[in-house]
Design a protein around this ligand. Structure first.
Ligand code: NAP
Length: 485
């Protein structure tokens, strides 16, 4: 069952880019769900801000339509509830690069409530917004700002972005979102690791053979082609989402579940990552399939060398993990949509049952999507006569089953993270030094591809990725887990 909802403090949340795709699809419907769950107090206010010349009624209408299109099906027909939510909305027409609208915004902000500013705009506007919030006296020392990915496209640009924010705000005011960290299972991973006696003693290279992290998507680049083609899977997925998952799996137990203790441990993992051998990375690009165009058609560049798939073997040089490889893979237009982490334990040192009984490794699988949950494969005797033959059975904990009807009330990643901003809890947000360290590790890999004029390997849309990715595991006597459809 879902624990009791505790309302957050009253707040003014300004969404710069409040008319954009992210605001309409995720942020505003998510906030509405938080209101419906009772987490948002009556005094909470949300102010949309963008260049479009809308008045308050026009913005309310736009948000109503966004909730109808993207909101939780259970709530969107609740006319009174939606009306109550819309009453909390306001709108200011503002240009991040101009001076118009700022005095109006200042006039709308109230004293004595939490003030948060969500930068749901392109990163090139972060510095302008930060500067004007300060120069117009809108954001004080207690204000919080929320910034979206991509946080830079390399180390230099990430440093510049950090500097443009640090010129006006302290690190404790800056919330860098990686929505993977807001997922229920990702936090559960910490609960499982540090809340049980069972796993932590085995959580090291002595007992763990290897770890696989998979984020597979069925969709292609779709309408994001022009952005994606300048980015690729390494920048778009590995540098942030997969890196964050790797950190949570590999980090040492922090002394406390507090923001800096957790982020210090994650940073140590990134700094202990080995330089990646170019032979241990496979880049891929999806080809035309029966049900859709190829990557190069999608981005309208017949010679694009951007990768839509990456698989890699990564080592961590520290006492806990030396000798245990981490295999990461992510890609678009694959055969199934699945995100999971699999911790594959070593064989037992000796089988008392003899070779004919069969041997099964314990695998702990943490599923992020679909069907969030965890599964532990354990070996038991195959039931019935026929001697001692062993089989693998899953101890399966799916959140939907465990929570029953309450599962629908679990906040999604964006909702949880926005509420954390209001509560002032940075644990699930990336710190500036973490982001820079991740780019410092990623940059040489990308530069190596550029220097070698690397061309990604084609793979069939709807497949499991390029054959070379299979070979990456086979060479080590291992195999990828099936991406289940
Ligand atoms: P979008 O649909 O293009 O929306 C951009 C928003 O910014 C619009 O509301 C736009 O409104 C406003 N804007 C643009 N220039 C402005 C200016 N000079 N001053 C004030 N407002 C301005 O983009 P999006 O997809 O919502 O993405 C927003 C950010 O989130 C980007 O950094 C993106 O990379 C990131 N992100 C998006 C998603 C997603 O699913 N969409 C996921 C992860 C991260 P006006 O044109 O009316 O000014």
């Amino acid at each position: 069952m879902v624990s009791r909802v505790i309302p957050v403090d009253p707040f003014d949340l300004v969404i710069f880019g409040g008319t954009g795709d992210l605001a309409r699809r995720k942020i505003l419907p998510g906030l509405y769900r938080r209101m419906a769950s009772g987490q948002m107090p009556k005094e909470a206010r949300i102010i949309g801000a963008a260049r479009s010349e809308l008045d308050r009624a026009g913005y309310q209408q736009m948000v109503k339509e966004a909730i109808e299109e993207f909101g939780d099906p259970r709530h969107k027909s609740d006319v009174a509830g939606v009306g109550d939510f819309l009453e909390r909305l306001d709108y200011v027409a503002i240009d991040a690069k101009g001076e118009g609208g700022w005095p109006e915004l200042k006039g709308l902000m109230r004293d004595g409530v939490v003030k948060a500013f969500y930068f749901s705009v392109g990163p090139s506007l972060f510095g302008d917004l930060a500067e004007r919030l300060k120069s117009h006296g809108i954001a004080g020392d207690d204000a919080r700002i929320v910034v979206e990915k991509p946080f830079g496209h390399d180390l230099g640009s990430a440093r510049a972005l950090n500097a443009s924010l640090a010129a006006h705000f302290e690190e404790h005011q800056i919330y860098r979102i990686d929505h993977y960290l807001g997922k229920e299972t990702v936090q559960n991973l910490m609960a499982v690791r540090f809340g049980n006696m069972l796993f932590e003693p085995l959580w090291n290279s002595q007992y763990v053979d290897h770890i696989q992290i998979t984020v597979a998507e069925t969709v292609g680049v779709g309408g994001r082609g022009s952005y994606y083609d300048k980015s690729g899977a390494m920048r778009d997925m590995v540098q942030n989402h997969l890196m964050q998952l790797l950190c949570l799996i590999a980090m040492e137990p922090p002394a406390k579940f507090d923001p800096d203790a957790v982020r210090d441990e994650k940073l140590k993992v990134i700094r202990a990552l080995d330089e990646v051998d170019p032979h241990h990375i496979v880049r891929g690009q999806y080809d035309k399939g029966p049900d859709g165009p190829g990557y190069r058609d999608d981005v309208e560049d017949a010679r694009s060398r951007t990768e839509s798939y990456v698989a890699m073997k990564v080592g961590i040089s520290n006492w806990r993990w030396a000798g245990t490889p981490f295999y990461l893979r992510t890609g678009k237009r694959l055969r199934a949509r699945a995100s999971e982490i699999a911790v594959v334990f070593k064989d037992t040192p000796h089988s008392i049952f003899g070779p004919e009984a069969g041997l099964h490794r314990n695998i702990l699988t943490i599923r992020l999507q679909p069907n969030e949950g965890m599964e532990l494969g354990v070996t038991i005797k195959e039931p019935g006569p026929g001697g001692m033959r062993l089989m693998d059975v899953p101890l399966d904990m799916s959140f939907a089953d465990a929570l029953g009807p309450d599962a629908e009330d679990v906040p999604d990643a964006y909702e949880r993270l926005i509420m954390d901003v209001i509560r002032g809890n940075q644990t699930l947000f990336m710190r500036g030094d973490e982001v820079e360290a991740a780019w410092a590790w990623t940059d040489p890999i990308i530069q190596g591809w550029i220097d070698r004029h690397d061309v990604p390997k084609p793979y069939d849309a709807g497949s499991s990725g390029p054959d070379d990715a299979l070979a990456l595991m086979h060479r080590d006597g291992r195999k990828w887990r099936d991406i289940k459809v």
